[in-house]
Write a protein that binds this ligand. Structure first.
Ligand code: SF4
Length: 73
């Protein structure tokens, strides 16, 4: 489920990659990313609306695999 204002979409293959998941967990200042026990990525839905649109996650992942979607104008 997206947040009220923000949705974060991560390519399925990238979400399964523990190395990229770890990077995303590290870069996001508002903890929208977490790692599951198997190292794959979990989106912390209750934090989605805290996104500050800093684009650090977009830059940390392979081009086009992480998208921040604004659900408002
Ligand atoms: S844009 Fe910034 S605040 Fe938003 S999810 Fe990515 S790293 Fe986190």
């Amino acid at each position: 489920m997206p947040g009220m204002f923000i949705d974060v979409q991560v390519d399925a293959a990238v979400a399964k990659d523990p190395a990229i998941a770890k990077k995303l967990v590290e870069v996001c200042p508002v903890n929208i990313f977490a790692a599951k026990d198997d190292g794959s990525l979990r989106i912390v839905e209750e934090n989605l609306d805290e996104c500050v649109l800093c684009d650090l996650c977009v830059r940390a992942a392979p081009a086009g695999t992480v998208k921040i979607v604004k659900l408002y104008e």
